[in-house]
Design a protein. Structure first.
Length: 95
C-alpha cells in the first residue's frame, strides 16, 4: 500500500504539470457491471506496470495488453494515459 501511495504522489506531481481532462462518455452507464470490471482491469494493469516501469515509459499498448482490452475500449473510458492517472489520483485522495 505504501508503494501505491508513493506512486500516486509522483503521479499527482506529474499531473499538476499537465492538464489532462477525463473524457466524458455520455452513453456509457457507469453502474454497468461490464464498465466497472473494465475500469478495474485497466486500473490493475496500470498499477502493475507502475511497479515495473517509470510512468513515462508506460504506453497505452502496455495498458491494453495488461488489461486485455482493445484500444477503443480504453478510449471509451479515458482520453489518454494522463487522464487515467489523474482519475486514480483523485480516487486515492478521496479515500
Amino acid at each position: 500500500m505504501l508503494l501505491i501511495s508513493i506512486k500516486n504522489d509522483i503521479l499527482l506531481f506529474i499531473l499538476l504539470k499537465k492538464k489532462a481532462n477525463r473524457k466524458e462518455v455520455k452513453h456509457m452507464n457507469k453502474d454497468d457491471i461490464r464498465v466497472i470490471k473494465t475500469a478495474k482491469s485497466i486500473h490493475q494493469a496500470f498499477f502493475s506496470l507502475l511497479e515495473e516501469k517509470d510512468y513515462q515509459e508506460i504506453t497505452i499498448q502496455d495498458i491494453l495488453d495488461g488489461a486485455q482490452i482493445n484500444r477503443t475500449t480504453f478510449y471509451k473510458h479515458y482520453a489518454n494515459k494522463d487522464a487515467l492517472a489523474k482519475q486514480l489520483v483523485e480516487e486515492f485522495k478521496q479515500t
